[in-house]
Design a protein around this ligand. Structure first.
Ligand code: SF4
Length: 375
């Protein structure tokens, strides 16, 4: 049952059914509930780290069920079947040390120069989640206790000439777990002291209070991941509503003197899908953004169309068998990467139509907010 899957989930998405026009027109406004994992596991190595001890103190203060593991391996995470494994994993936080390989940073174009992974896994339940094809094993949230080492390591990648950018949101939603880890605040403060580096993160959560008073020196770009209201409503479980994300981004962008964070900010429109009446729905989203950003700020936008791989489709259908997400290969174009892997994207005429519309409508409303890329 689709509904079983979302039993432990707050703000779960609606099951697949057509939206009535009036329903689709009324934006939701709820914030995300703070994630309360049902198990918090600590490996011995993680507890050797001062930062791991800080996470332990947070978990204790929140009265979360804590298990101190005897080994650094995470075992026993699988349930009776894939659905049970998913349910258990999505309510488990494991505090571990990132492996040595995590110090070899991977490029992540077009979003940033390099990945900087503070954690892997995410407590939300987006039915198109890109993690399905990228992370292997049960989707447990792993927070990295050797954070100071990961941060210091970024210095090796700085280059003279221009600041090097690091993306913290490749494999997690950093804000969704920030109340448990504090990692994002630590990272923002660290990058404030690095002239040669810039931090980027993106989130579907709205808990930004802990970021507002931080010294960031403009070195962190805070972004919100947004989508058309019907898509967010049907496909994004456990996240803040689109409206709450917009308002959170507004607070991050407002000048410090006005009680805001004074951050450079950004909108990530993803994944863009040509749903029925897509111009109307995305147009309404742009109008809401225009109303919220009625002051001068450093705002950018990134446009990412929906795509999937054979692997991600298989995992997603295991996690969300009743999904309304369009995963029909026959309507898509195939794109191959240099290693022979393939992904399914929209065909060229659809891409051209979408791109022309999104650029025009964005630039009309936000002439001073550059488009960083379309993909
Ligand atoms: S918020 Fe992002 S990482 Fe988390 S489930 Fe949704 S798409 Fe996946």
């Amino acid at each position: 049952m689709q509904t079983d899957l979302f039993l432990p989930v707050l703000n779960a998405p609606e099951t697949a059914r057509p939206l009535a026009p009036a329903e689709a027109a009324a934006p939701r406004t709820h914030g995300a509930k703070l994630w309360q994992p049902q198990r918090v596991l600590f490996t011995p190595d993680a507890l050797q780290e001062a930062y791991g001890q800080q996470i332990l103190a947070r978990a204790q203060a929140l009265n979360l069920p804590i298990e101190l593991l005897k080994s650094n391996r995470l075992t026993g995470l699988r349930g009776e079947d894939e659905r049970a494994t998913y349910r258990t994993a999505k309510t488990t936080l494991a505090v571990v040390n990132a492996p040595a390989g995590a110090l070899r940073l991977q490029p992540t174009p077009p979003s940033a120069d390099y990945q900087l992974n503070l954690a892997e896994g995410c407590p939300a339940h987006c039915q198109y989640c890109y993690l399905a094809g990228s992370l292997s094993g049960p989707p447990v949230v792993r927070a990295f206790a050797n954070l100071p080492k990961l941060l210091e390591n970024t210095q090796l990648y700085e280059r003279p000439g221009r600041p090097v950018s690091f993306e913290a949101s490749c494999y997690t939603d950093v804000l969704g777990i920030e109340h448990l880890t504090g990692a994002l605040a630590e990272t923002v403060k660290y990058f404030a002291g690095r002239e040669g580096a810039r931090l980027r993160f993106v989130s579907k959560y709205d808990h930004v209070d802990s970021l507002l008073g931080l010294p960031h020196q403009g070195h962190t770009r805070a972004r919100a991941s947004l989508n058309a209201e019907p898509l967010a409503r049907q496909l994004e479980g456990g996240t803040a509503s689109v409206e709450a994300r917009i308002q959170a981004l507004r607070r991050l962008a407002l000048p410090v003197a006005q009680g805001g964070g004074g951050y450079p900010v950004g909108v990530v429109l993803a994944p863009i899908m040509p749903l029925p009446d897509w111009q109307q729905h995305y147009g309404q989203l742009f109008d809401r953004l225009r109303a919220a950003f009625d002051f001068d700020c450093d705002l950018t936008v990134e446009f990412i169309t929906h795509r999937f791989t054979p692997g991600s489709k298989e995992v997603l259908l295991g996690w969300y068998p009743g999904t309304s997400l369009d995963l029909d290969e026959s309507t898509r174009a195939v794109k191959r990467n240099k290693f022979g892997g393939l992904k399914y994207v929209y065909d060229l005429p659809t891409m051209k139509e979408l791109k022309a519309w999104f650029y025009a409508e964005w630039q009309r409303r936000f002439p001073n907010a550059p488009v960083q890329y379309w993909t």
